[in-house]
Ligand binder design. Structure first.
Ligand SMILES: N[C@@H](CCC(=O)N[C@@H](CS)C(=O)NCC(=O)O)C(=O)O
Length: 288
């Protein structure tokens, strides 16, 4: 079959990495302690789709790093190994040089959350957290398809429809579920889970859009949702990471990247100035 996009592919039974079978891989993961693993995130110089993964790695205290963002030459030249020609990819290394590669942010997030105790206390909680996580994830996915990747002349209409229907429904649905957990700042029980972390990260994604202030006003008008976001944002285990230059670099990268979502007539004149405005806006919304 003709290929449109010659790229280096990595597959799930890759003979590299020191494993002969899928069982060996599973056994390695089951018997190796988190402290003996080394994690590398390969993604772009933005927050977006890898941000929940990075938060979890920072929170858990494991050895981890962000790989340098691929250059245009490397990416366009097909020199970066991926499973589906998109990033993020997570590389997991073991003490004896073993290596595993995982693709797809949802799979990476759920894998890490399970290892780091962020999937609840039993199998039912795990299913509930997975449902919340998936629904939160697809809010951002809908924004990509409904609002971001539409022709310029449709952007305002698409954004306004997104606010009126998609986001409104999301907020109502999530308020319903959060109320059933006592509006305590968590989706499930009384502790932070992958669902809480993803909600905070998806809200952070909206804060990096040119119309982030409008989105944040809608999220912050929901006390229950904002409480979850604030609990995550104020978690002491995230403080060092969130205040690091690296985190800020990705946040700034997102802001630049998502200038493509600008609604004509609402143009942002100075991107660097607007970045700090966006943060100020988020803070002022949070304080209101
Ligand atoms: N389903 C994938 C989607 C990842 C994705 O769309 N990645 C984009 C950046 S956010 C990408 O790498 N695009 C590169 C390209 O299309 O060349 C996931 O959730 O991991």
């Amino acid at each position: 079959m003709a290929t449109t996009n010659p790229r280096l592919k990595v597959h799930y039974l890759n003979p590299n990495g020191g494993f002969k079978s899928s069982k060996e891989r599973a056994d390695f993961l089951a018997t190796t302690d988190n402290k003996d693993l080394d994690f590398t995130v390969l993604y772009w110089e933005i927050a977006s789709v890898a941000s929940t993964t990075r938060d979890m790695l920072a929170l858990s205290g494991v050895k981890w790093r962000n790989a340098p963002c691929p250059s245009d030459e490397e990416w366009d030249g097909g020199k970066i190994q991926t499973a589906f020609s998109v990033l993020p990819m997570l590389t997991i290394k073991g003490p004896a040089g073993q290596e595993l590669n995982l693709s797809e942010s949802m799979v990476i997030d759920m894998f890490l959350a399970e290892r780091f105790g962020l999937m609840g206390d039993n199998d039912w909680e795990k299913l509930a957290i997975s449902s919340f996580y998936s629904n939160i994830h697809f809010l951002r996915e809908r924004t990509f398809t409904e609002v971001q990747d539409v022709p310029k002349e449709s952007k305002k209409h698409a954004r306004d429809l997104f606010f009126k229907y998609t986001l409104q429904k999301f907020i109502e649905d999530h308020e319903y579920h959060l109320a059933h957990n006592g509006n305590n700042g968590h989706y499930v029980g009384n502790k932070m889970s992958l669902a809480d972390l993803h909600l905070a990260n998806v809200i952070h994604y909206y804060s990096t859009l040119p119309w982030g202030k409008m989105a944040l006003e809608k999220f912050s008008a929901s006390e229950a949702i904002w409480k979850v976001k604030e609990k995550v944002d104020n978690h002491p285990g995230l403080a060092a990471w969130r205040s690091s230059d690296e985190f800020k670099k990705y946040e700034k990268g997102s802001f630049k990247w998502y200038l493509r979502c600008t609604v004509p007539g609402e143009e942002v004149v100075d991107a660097s100035k607007s970045k700090s405005d966006a943060v100020t806006k988020e803070l002022s919304v949070a304080e209101a």
